[in-house]
Design a protein around this ligand. Sequence first.
Ligand SMILES: Cc1ncc(C[n+]2csc(CCOP(=O)(O)OP(=O)(O)O)c2C)c(N)n1
Ligand SMILES: [Mg+2]
Length: 648
Amino acid sequence: MVEKAKSGHPGGAMGGADFINVLYSEFLEYDPENPAWEGRDRFFLDPGHMSPMLYSVLACAGKFSLAELAQFRQWDSPTPGHPEVDVLRGIENTSGPLGQGHTFAVGAAIAAKFLKARFGEVMNQTIYAFISDGGVQEEISQGAGRLAGHLGLDNLIMFYDSNDIQLSTGTNAVTSENTHAKYEAWGWKVIEIQGNDPEQIRAALNEAKAETSKPTLIIGKTIMGKGAVKEDGTNFERQCATHGAPLSEAGASFEKTIKNLGGNPENPFEFFEETKEIYAKRAEELKKIVSEKKSLKAKWAKENPELAEKLTEFFSGKYPKIDWTKIVQKPNNSTRAASATVLGELAKQVENMIVASADLSNSDKTDGFLKQTHALAKGDFSGAFLQAGVAELTMACVAIGMALHGGVIPACATFFVFSDYMKPAVRMAALMETPVKFIWTHDAFRVGEDGPTHEPVEQEAQIRLMEKLQNHNGHNSMLVLRPADAEEATLCWKLAMENTTTPTGLIFSRQNINDLPADKREVEKGAYIVYSDPNPDVVLLASGSEVATLNEGSELLKKDGVKIRIVSVPSEGLFRKQSAEYQENILPKNIKRFGLTAGLPVTLESLVGENGKVFGLNSFGFSAPYKVLDEKLGFTAKNVYEQVKAIL
Ligand SMILES: Cc1ncc(C[n+]2csc(CCOP(=O)(O)OP(=O)(O)O)c2C)c(N)n1
Ligand SMILES: [Mg+2]
C-alpha cells in the first residue's frame, strides 16, 4: 500500500501486524452483519501512521476491498493516510496525533463499565488498544495510565508495540525509563512477550482476558519492518528509515521483501488462501458468539423490558427527553452557578450523562451534578461523575472515548484558560463529530486576583475558530456558546444537549451578572436583540458578561438622547448560519456598531466590521480584585459611554 501510494509508514505496521492479526482472527468479538452492534468489543488504534496494518486486517474481515487498499492515501478513498472514524468499516476512532487514541480507549472502557453497572452482562465487552513508542512517550499516557489503573479497568487490554524505534532515532536516544515498572506502579498488570510470536500473543491475550481487577498492558517486543531485505538479500529490519518512507526509498528492496514475506511482487494486493481460511473460520465463530450473545440479550430484554428500552434509548444517540421547566434560575447569578443549577437537574433527568472535572468541581460548578450522584470508583461504576484529576487533555480524550463508545453523554470541565491544554482533543472531537460538552468556566480576566496565568484573553477567539472550520458534513465543526446571563445559560445548555452531532463548548462566568432586560432570549439564532430603541443610532454587541456592561453603559447613552440597540451574541458560528435577512435584521448594515469583549478584539471584529469599533483586551491582564480590573481596564458603563460617543 505504502509503495503504491509512494508515501506512508511501512515499518511499524509490518512489525505490529502479527498482534493485530491474532486479535482480529481470534479474539475481537463483533457482528459481521451489524458493525454498529452496541455489544461489540472495541479496538482503538493510537499510532494512526500504522493504518496499513489496520486496513489490512479489516480487509481480511471483509470491510475493505483490495482495490480500496490500493487507493491508500488517495483523494476520496476510504483508506486515508491516517484512519478516520468509520464504525461501519470497523474503525472506532480517528488517530494520528499520538497519545490520544489509547486515551479514547480508556474513556470507552469507563463507558463500558458504567453501562455494565446498569445493564449487567449484556454490556460485557473488552476494549482493546494499540499503542507504540510515540504514544507511550506522549505526556497524555501518564493521565490515561493513572486513571485506568486507579479505576481498575479490567475490561481494557492494551498492546504496546515496543520496536525500540521511532521517527528519527532509536528509542534509546530519548528514554531510559522502565515502562513495565511504570505501568505496574499505576496499577496495571503487565505481561512481556515477543510481539511477533502468535503463540505468545495468544497466551498473553488469554491471560489479560482472565484478569479481573486491573487493566493489562502487553509489552510486545516487535521487529520494525519485519521481513524487510535489501537488494542483495541481506536483512533490513529494525531500520529507522522504514518508519516513514516506502521500503524502496528507505533502502530496502520492495520486490525482495514481498518475496521474502511469501507474497508476489507482481501482484502484492492478494489474499493468501490460508488467510482466507483463517478469516472465514473466524466469521463462522463470530456468528456463533454473536448469536449466543444476542439470544442472551433477547432473554434479558424479555425479563427486563424497561431496561431494554432504556439501553436502546441510550444508544440511539438522540437528544434525551428533558423537562427544562424544572430549571429555575436565581436572579443576577454567575453563569457558572446557573450551569450548576442546570447540571443538578440533568443529573436527575439524564441517566446516561457522565460529567468529569479536572479537580475543579467546586470551582467549575460541576459539583451541581456531583451532589446528585457520586464519583466512579474502582469496583463501583454506579455513579456518574468522573474525578479526572489534574489532567485536562486526558480528561478531554477520555470524554471523547466515552462518546465514541456510545450509550453515554459525556461532559467535562475546567477553567477556560486551561482549554489550551485540551485544544488538540477538541480538534479531534470536532473532526470525529463527537458530541462532547466542554464546560469552561472563569471565562475572562475577572478571575482577578489569580492574575495573568489564569486570565483567558485569546482563548475565546481561538476556540471560536472551530466554529468557522467545517467538518466532513459541511457543518460548523463545533458549537461555542457564551451566555450573557443565568437565563441564557439554561438556554445554552439546552442547545448543547440538543447538539448530538458536534462538540459544544460552554463558556461561563465566574462573577455574578445582572440579568438582561430581554423578554425573549433567542440564543438558538446565535445572536438576538436584547433591547432596541426604534431607529437606533448604534448597535452595541457582545457575548457573556460584557452584554450586561453594555446595558449599563446604554443607560448613560440614553440620557444623552442616543438611541441604542443591544445584541447578545452567544455564538457567532450559529448566527452566521441564519438567513441573510435575519442577520441584517439584527445587525443592519447602515448602523454603526460597537463591540465589547474581555477577549482579544479579534473575537468580535468580524461581527463589528469596519463601520464601528471593538473595545477589547490587548494584554495578558493583571492581578487585582476583578472590580479594580474592570475599572483599570475599562470594562465599565462609563467607558462604554465614552467609546461609543467617540464613534458617533
Ligand atoms: C502528537 C504527535 N507528535 C508527533 C507526531 C509525528 N510522529 C508520527 S509517528 C512518530 C514517532 C513514531 O514512533 P513509534 O510510535 O514508535 O512508531 P514506529 O516508528 O515504531 O512506527 C512521530 C513523532 C504525531 N503523529 N503526533
Ligand atoms: Mg516504535
